[in-house]
Structure formats: C-alpha cells, structure tokens
Ligand binder design. Structure first.
Ligand code: IPM
Ligand code: MG
Length: 369
C-alpha cells in the first residue's frame, strides 16, 4: 500500500470538535484494514499563535509538506482579534495554501434530500442540487502585491489590494474545471467581471482559448460574477461546474453553502499540481465553515462538512472512491434517520450533539462495511 500520511490540523474553536469525529472514522477504517493511515497532529491558527507566536510553525509546515494529505479544521476567534496582522490566525491557512501550491479549491454544494427544507430557498429549487465550485486559491487579490495601507502626505490613509492573474494561473484552474465537468454534467460557467476588471478580461480570453483548443466537447458559459450570485439564489440547478478567481470563489461558495441548508454541510478539497515524477499532488481538506467561536466547546457544531472533507481526501488523495461513496452514503443515512445538529434542525426539532452526529455516521458506515 502506498503511504497514507495524514497531518491533522484541528485549529481553533469548533475545528477541534469536528476533527475529533474524523479521528474516529480514521480509527475505524484502519481497523477494517482498508487503510493504514499514519496520523500526526499539530497546531494552526490562534492555537499556534498562543504556543509559538505565529499562525503556523515551521515545524508544522514541514509536516504538511511531508504528508500525503492535510486535514484542516478551522481558525480564528475574538481572542486573537488584536494580534499583529502577519500573525492573525487566517495567516496560517493562507501560508499552507500558498506554500503547498494548492491552487485548485473544489467546493461541492450538494443538497441531501433530507435537508431540502433546511435551506432558506424553496424545496423545489434546491432538491437534488449538485454544484461544484472550482475556486482559484493561490492568486488574485488574496496574494497580489502591493497589499498595504500607506499614509499620504495630507495625513489621509490609502489602502490597496492587488488583483493579479497570469495566463498560466488561469489556464491550470480552468483545466481542473473542464476535467471535472467531463465526469459530471459537462457544463462550465466561468465567472468574472470583464466589464470592470482587466483581470476579468484576461480570464475570459484564456478560458475561451483553453476551451477551444482542449475542451470543445464541454459546454461553456461566461457569466458575470454578480449575476452568478443572483442566479445561484434564483435558480441554482442550472449550474454544474462554476470556475472563478479566489475572491469571487470565496463569496460564491458561501452563497452556495446556504442552498444546501447550512454552512455546516460544505466540504472542500484544495489540490496542487500533480508531480510528474511521483504522480502525487499536495492536498488539504477542510470544511468551508469557520471556527464559530460563539458555539465552540458546546458540542453543538455540525461535523458533516469535515467528515465529507475527509471523504474527499479518500477520493482525491488516496484513490478510495468506493470508500468515499460509502462515507457519503453514511452521511445521507444519518440524515435520513432524522438526526439533525442545531444548524440544520427545523424549528421545534430536537438537535443532536457533534459526537452524536459523528456516531450516527460511523454506525451507518460500519453497517455498510
Ligand atoms: C474560506 C475562508 C478563508 C478565505 C478565510 C478564513 C481566510 O473564508 O476558506 O472560504 O477567505 O479563503
Ligand atoms: Mg470563505
């Protein structure tokens, strides 16, 4: 069996609680002999700041570089609101993305039938929804320089962030989107704002060229990012794969999350380029939700986004598509049984704890094994 080295970075807040449920799944899979995961664990975010004075230590970065995949929980909280900008909890996440070269962020938004009523949209709009948002993750306004606040001669301040993309960065992310579309619904919406932004003009040109040269069999639509947000809420099932830059992807994936019922349901995979020599690619898996400090430590968090992120790790890093399918089915089974954490419970419905939801998924998985 190829190595299965997993680094667990639970982070802050509910990150710790939801990662605990993944640890139980790992133990179970190892026990069945299907996997032989070797796990290590380290700090990230505010927890790393408290221990080392930075959002991730060089040691933890080394472990991440050496791992076959990283499982990430969540970072941040009011406790670290005033730490220096470079050491803020989110900087740990951004450093991992950048230094591991995780340019492709896959954010599937799937509406489980049992949850169609938990969405803020009508059941008929979201039932059966299956969208894949492909977000560029290592470029754009998140990392472009200059990025600063300067004081002008008149004493006023001026802030600048830089939206920046090269041809190569756009080509490699849209190829990921087209490849995924081919094994899904064969439709890609490329979302940008070429009507206002030069980076949008280049984005559209490059997408059009890659489509024509390499993927003429896939249906391509260009859509302005603001319209894309509106269409996601108006009629989400028209979409299959949406590809966009880092910032639009951040926003559109939060919008898409609510279509599924709760931000607590949305997993993600962040992938690097495949190494030609080893055939391996760096990868990190994380829920789209944050550290939710308001409910942290209370056992109220929904572990499904993190469990489903682990499912994506099985699928994309370890070639265990069948096990990933079984895990997805176990999540659906737990929901079908009527189990709901607070975020997806209907008014008046009893909510279960993080661990109870984790147990229900584990039990369904055991039954299927
Ligand atoms: C996300 C988050 C992050 C982002 C934050 C925590 C830096 O919102 O993964 O969507 O903006 O990318
Ligand atoms: Mg976000």
């Amino acid at each position: 069996m190829a190595t299965q080295k997993l680094l667990l970075l639970p982070g802050d807040g509910i990150g710790v609680e939801v990662m605990a449920e993944v640890k139980r799944l790992i133990a179970f899979l190892n026990k069945t002999g299907l996997t032989a995961f070797e796990t290590e664990e380290d700090l990230v975010g505010g927890a790393a700041y408290d221990a080392h004075g930075k959002a991730i230590s060089d040691g933890a970065m080394g472990l991440a570089q050496a791992a076959d995949a990283v499982m990430f929980g969540a970072v941040g909280g009011p406790k670290w609101a005033d730490v220096p900008y470079a050491a803020r909890p989110e900087a740990g996440l951004l450093r991992l993305r950048k230094e591991l070269g995780l340019f492709a962020n896959l954010r599937p938004a799937v509406c489980y039938p049992a949850l169609a009523d938990a969405s803020s949209l009508k059941r008929e709009l979201v039932e059966g929804l299956d969208i894949m948002i492909v977000r560029e993750l290592t470029g754009g306004v998140y990392f472009g320089e200059p990025k600063e606040i300067v004081t002008l001669e008149n004493g006023e301040k001026r802030a600048v962030d830089t939206q920046l993309y090269t041809t190569h960065e756009i080509e490699r992310i849209v190829r990921v989107a087209f490849d995924l579309a081919r094994v899904r619904g064969n439709l890609v919406h490329s979302s940008e704002k070429h009507n206002v932004m030069k980076s949008g003009v280049l984005w559209k040109q490059v997408v059009t060229a890659v489509h024509k040269a390499e993927y003429p069999d896939v249906k391509l639509e260009h859509i302005l990012a603001d319209n894309c947000g509106m269409q996601l809420v108006r009629s989400p099932k028209q979409f299959d794969v949406i590809v966009c830059d880092n910032l639009f992807g951040d926003m559109l994936s939060d919008v898409a999350a609510m279509l599924t019922g709760s931000l607590g349901m949305l997993p993600s995979a962040s992938l690097g380029a495949t190494d030609a020599a080893t055939g391996k690619r760096k990868a990190m898996y994380e829920p789209v939700h944050g550290s939710a400090p308001d409910i942290a430590g209370k056992g109220l968090a929904n572990p499904i986004a993190t469990i489903a992120s682990f499912g994506m790790a099985l699928r994309y890093s370890f070639g265990l598509a069948e096990a990933a399918d079984r895990l997805d089915a176990a999540i659906a089974a737990a929901l079908d049984e009527g189990l709901r954490t607070k975020d997806i419970a209907a008014a008046g419905q009893n909510a279960v704890s993080t661990a109870e939801m984790g147990s229900a998924v584990l039990k369904a998985l055991e039954k299927a094994a």
